[in-house]
Structures are given as structure tokens and as C-alpha cells.
Design a protein around this ligand. Structure first.
Ligand SMILES: Nc1ncnc2c1ncn2[C@@H]1O[C@H](COP(=O)(O)OP(=O)(O)OP(=O)(O)O)[C@@H](O)[C@H]1O
Length: 211
């Protein structure tokens, strides 16, 4: 591992969130929790340079402010809670064809690439959007509730697959999660938005999703 680059938030502020400083090391999963509307998705969008913000983000030595947004997002890959699909078939959305091991790990056969997007369930869309993002060769991942639409078995399957790929590739990861069980399973560090700041919480600390 550790062939990846660190992702560093420097004096970042977006919306009501106060200035944030954070370094995510290669292969590290930082889970981000917080009440609904506390600013988790906006923070991820700012790190992806999709939302106006103050401060800067660095991937290794590369500053977001000195790179075109579309090039930055190829490296710092946001997987939003709601995936976007623009072509008719699943396969048309993959720049690089996924390997069988990854398809199988997510519960798909190769033929899924020929399926029409219109027939996909919300859980199938979510798993395929994750796979599509990882196939693009990112250097860092921003995951916004990546298992929100999945049943319990699929949640565990996706977590196992994601963690293995993250460790293998050395991606720094910011992962928005509501479920304390998931945070306990996947987080190397747990940050919670409280009173407009990021507060360190124990990864296995139970937290009400409403507070
Ligand atoms: N472009 C914008 N301009 C102003 N306010 C915005 C903008 N986008 C989002 N907001 C507001 O910022 C707040 C944080 O939104 P955000 O989507 O980040 O919440 P969240 O923590 O991800 O919530 P949830 O867990 O419900 O998804 C919300 O009150 C939202 O209405």
C-alpha cells in the first residue's frame, strides 16, 4: 500500500462550515457524519471543486486551485448519493471495462454491461456507479452515502470490496455515513459535524443519526 497520495484540506470553508484543516493519508478512510442538512454533501462537493468555497485542497503537491475543475475531478472522484446516467446502456458509461472479479464482487455478471439503464433498480445503479468511478483510475475518493440504497447483505459486500480496493490502491477516502455500524466497520477515523465544526469521534462510538 501507501503508493497513493495524501488529500489535504487547507483552511477550507463552505456554506456554514467553519474553516477546516484535514489530512487524509493514502489508504485511509475518514468517515464523515452529521445531522441532516449539516453540510456533508456540500463539503464533498467543495473538495471536488463543484461548490464555491474558501481555502484550498491538495492531492499530494497538486493544488485544486491550480488545476482545471474537470481534470481535478478525474483524480479526486466524487461518487454522489444520486448517480447520473446519460446514455441508454450500462456499458456506454464505462470508459474502461470493469474486470470480472469486480463485477462478481458486486453481484453482477458480464452481461450487465448490455442492460438498459432504465431497468436498473436504485441499488443496482448505486453499485454500478461506484464501479464506474473506480474504473476511471482515480487518486482519491469522495463517497456520499455509497450504500444508502442497499440491503444488508449488499451493504456488507460493497463495504468489503471497497475497503479492499482502497487499501490496494492507496486512495485517501472521505466517506459520508449515517449508520454507526458501518462507521465502526470501515472508518480509520470518524469526524462528525457539530456546531459547524468537524469533531473527532471514536470510530466505534454510537451516535444518534438525529443529533
Ligand atoms: N448551493 C447552495 N446554496 C445555499 N445553500 C445550500 C446550497 N446547497 C445546499 N445548501 C444548504 O446547505 C445545507 C447543507 O446541505 P447538504 O446537502 O450538504 O446537507 P447534508 O449534511 O449532506 O444532509 P443530508 O444528510 O440530509 O444529505 C442545507 O441546509 C442545504 O439546504
Amino acid at each position: 500500500m501507501s503508493r497513493g497520495l495524501p488529500l489535504t484540506l487547507e483552511q477550507l470553508s463552505v456554506g456554514v462550515l467553519l474553516t477546516l484543516d484535514l489530512t487524509i493519508t493514502p489508504g485511509q478512510i475518514v468517515c464523515l457524519s452529521g445531522a441532516s442538512g449539516s453540510g456533508k454533501s456540500r463539503l464533498l462537493r467543495a473538495v471536488a471543486d463543484l461548490e464555491p468555497h474558501d481555502g484550498d485542497v491538495r492531492l499530494g503537491e497538486q493544488a485544486q486551485s491550480r488545476m482545471a475543475g474537470h481534470l481535478w475531478r478525474r483524480r479526486v472522484m466524487l461518487v454522489p448519493a444520486e448517480s447520473h446516467w446519460w446514455a441508454d446502456s450500462v456499458g456506454e458509461h464505462f470508459i474502461v471495462e470493469p474486470v470480472m472479479d469486480d463485477l462478481a464482487a458486486l453481484g453482477f455478471e458480464h452481461e450487465v454491461l448490455g442492460w438498459q439503464v432504465s431497468r436498473l433498480s436504485s441499488g443496482e445503479k448505486q453499485r454500478l456507479a461506484l464501479l464506474r468511478a473506480l474504473c476511471r483510475g482515480p487518486s482519491a475518493l469522495l463517497l456520499d452515502e455509497p450504500t444508502a440504497n442497499l440491503d444488508e447483505t449488499s451493504v456488507h459486500r460493497v463495504e468489503t470490496w471497497l475497503m479492499a480496493r482502497i487499501r490496494q490502491e492507496g486512495w485517501p477516502v472521505l466517506w459520508v455515513a449515517h449508520d454507526p455500524g458501518q462507521i465502526a466497520r470501515v472508518a480509520d477515523r470518524h469526524l462528525r459535524i457539530e456546531a459547524r465544526r468537524l469533531v473527532d469521534r471514536a470510530a466505534n462510538e454510537a451516535a444518534s443519526p438525529w443529533t
